[in-house]
Design a protein. Structure first.
Length: 317
């Protein structure tokens, strides 16, 4: 299918999809629906939560846009009305000079990889870390750590500020601690766990209740030649045994608040809990839930409107 044909298909099917019906068959049946929500960055968490709620396995953020994909047969006829209600709500809660908007477009299977890969470029996270798509040649002059990633719907690429904040923070913490245990909660593409191993953390564990995410985590572990060096599990954090010197959770605020006591409980005495996936303005909400007797100190790192909170945990007073 040519790009011209794809544009024609998107425009034609979008009109039909927004009316909730397909009036006539198209020349190539779509396999996916791309849902894109354009909004102020402060609204991105709410937009992402909506995409997960309707069944998207992951989201991508690019500038003002948050997007996700749904299989065509799971898109549902009321998706357009749900999006209309969402954007109206976003405009009410997060007023902006540029109002929130949303769009739907069909995508055929053969264009899926190209559509996704268009979002993912090599990312120099720090002087010591380059994240590269697995299909892009690594520059021969690169001397730092290189992470090869094919995140699929787990969507962990190092591009989002919260992921970069976590990567830089575990870099900083390793310089302090040296080899020690590491737990990645909500591992997704395993990007944090992979870098933890490359830095020298050991042993390294990654957990995610999404089994599809674990499939992509396994792929990325293999791409980096780290088979057998990261233990993966779909168990919830409350059922994980033992404590870890460094515990990292880069997930959305609602989930962080639900599991916050377990994150701290699974952190070893004098160990570190790193929390991200939150906006700067949400840091006080997280801090308000911290028991003073358990948290010895805390440090906040920020990038743009996003934040990462590092807690030093002290068990037993």
């Amino acid at each position: 299918m040519s790009s011209t044909e794809q544009v024609h298909l998107d425009r034609m099917d979008l009109k039909k999809l927004e009316r909730g019906v397909m009036e006539e068959p198209v020349s190539i049946a779509p396999d996916w629906v791309r849902i894109s929500i354009s909004a102020d960055p402060e609204a991105h968490e709410a937009a992402s939560a909506f995409l997960f709620d309707v069944g998207c396995e992951g989201v991508v953020e690019e500038g003002r846009e948050v997007c996700g994909y749904l299989p065509w047969n799971r898109s549902g006829e009321d998706l357009s009305s749900q999006l209309s209600a969402l954007t109206a709500r976003l405009n009410e809660i997060f007023p902006s000079k540029v109002p929130a908007s949303a769009a739907l477009s069909p995508v055929v299977e053969e264009n899926w990889a190209e559509n996704w890969r268009a979002f993912f470029k090599p990312e120099q996270v720090s002087e010591n870390l380059l994240i590269s798509p697995a299909w892009v040649p690594v520059p021969p002059q690169e001397t730092g750590h290189v992470l090869l990633m094919d995140p699929g719907p787990a969507f962990g690429t190092g591009k989002h500020p919260t992921t970069r904040l976590c990567l830089k923070e575990i870099e900083r913490l390793f310089a302090q601690t040296g080899e020690c245990s590491f737990l990645d909660v909500g591992t997704g593409s395993a990007i944090l766990a992979v870098y933890a191993v490359k830095l020298g953390f050991k042993p390294v564990f990654g957990i995610d209740i999404d089994t599809e995410a674990l499939h992509w985590a396994e792929r990325n572990i293999a791409l980096n030649g780290l088979e057998g060096q990261i233990v993966l599990s779909d168990a919830p954090i409350q059922s994980i045994q033992g404590r870890y010197r460094v515990v990292v959770a880069n997930i959305i605020l609602g989930e962080i608040l639900k599991i916050l006591p377990f994150l701290m409980d699974k952190t070893a005495d004098r160990g570190m809990t790193v929390i991200s996936g939150i906006l700067r303005e949400q840091v006080p909400e997280v801090e308000s839930q911290l028991p003073p007797a358990l948290v010895k100190s805390r440090v906040v790192h920020t990038e743009d409107e996003w934040a990462a909170l590092t807690l030093k945990i002290r068990h037993g007073g």
